[in-house]
Ligand binder design. Structure first.
Ligand SMILES: NC(=O)c1ccc[n+]([C@@H]2O[C@H](COP(=O)([O-])OP(=O)(O)OC[C@H]3O[C@@H](n4cnc5c(N)ncnc54)[C@H](O)[C@@H]3O)[C@@H](O)[C@H]2O)c1
Length: 246
């Protein structure tokens, strides 16, 4: 029988109550990792994911989560940051409130950075050749939904610099930018029109993202992948899909 790809790994996954984070948590577990998922919303119990409630919208939320996660897991060798507030089309650059800006950048960028940095430090101190994966978005390069795009662009730079600094310790940091993945935070006014434009001819699923997460986190497939953003989008990034009025 084939060895599972992530046997012996100890993973913390944020956003495990949502579409993509839940898919990733389940896929890591299926590949043999011990998985601790965190969110403000618990995943269904039959996922079998060990769950820790944490509000990352609180300024000290990341610290509380990390302390509890290390207590539960003992050590962390894989970290995935998939938690994010939902992007609303109504929040344009001219209308977005300070509260919405703070919530979006706080959970995506601030929390993403401090969790990734501290978990990186934790790995270095223990000599763990760990892996860190940030879930960003194609919006990181789009002039649309300023607070969301800015937070994802910032996460991309955090990913790149942590990748450079941590790679000499054998720790690989990367990002996945999903395409259109209904079933979680994805909203589109006209989904049918968008789907018709996706070169592969269908929207993505959380498991499409999760399988790439398994691959890049594994040392069998991802061992030489450092500081990159994997576009997992059925080709959506090849076309211009910003609606004219957005
Ligand atoms: N779905 C898509 O099409 C798509 C496309 C590109 C990028 N993404 C990114 O993928 C990731 C997952 O998105 P999704 O589609 O699964 O969305 P989702 O809304 O289903 O999942 C996000 C999760 O984050 C959690 N969260 C929100 N606020 C929180 C808080 N204060 N504390 C802790 N957890 C909190 C939510 O409860 C939710 O379970 C996000 O980073 C999103 O930006 C999604």
């Amino acid at each position: 029988m084939d060895t599972k790809l992530l046997e012996g790994e100890r993973a913390l996954v944020t956003g495990c109550g949502g579409g993509i984070g839940r898919g990733i948590a389940k896929a890591l577990k299926a590949e043999g990792a011990t998985v601790l998922g965190s969110d403000i919303v618990a995943p269904p119990a039959d996922d079998g994911i060990d769950f820790l409630a944490a509000d990352l919208g609180r300024r000290d939320g990341w610290r509380t989560l990390l302390e509890a996660a290390v207590t539960k897991l003992g050590s962390i060798s894989l970290f995935v940051h998939a938690a994010s507030p939902r992007r609303l089309e109504a929040d344009t650059p001219l209308s977005v409130s300070e509260e919405t800006w703070d919530a979006m950048t706080g959970i995506n960028l601030r929390t993403g950075f401090f969790l990734a940095r501290e978990i990186g430090r934790h790995m270095v101190e223990r000599g763990t050749r760990g892996r860190i994966l940030l879930i960003t978005s194609q919006h990181r390069e789009m002039a649309r939904n300023l607070h969301y795009s800015a937070s994802k662009a910032g996460m991309t730079m955090v990913m790149k610099e942590l990748a450079r600094v941590l790679a000499p310790s054998g720790i690989r940091v990367n990002a996945i930018a999903p395409g259109a993945i209904p079933g979680g935070g994805f909203v589109a006014d006209n989904l049918g029109v968008l789907i018709a434009q996706i070169p592969l001819g269908r929207p993505g699923t959380p498991d499409d993202i999760a399988q790439m997460a398994v691959a890049v986190l594994s040392e069998r497939f991802g061992r030489y992948v450092v500081g990159t953003t994997l576009e997992v989008d059925g080709g959506l990034g090849l076309i211009s899909w910003i609606p004219a009025k957005a």
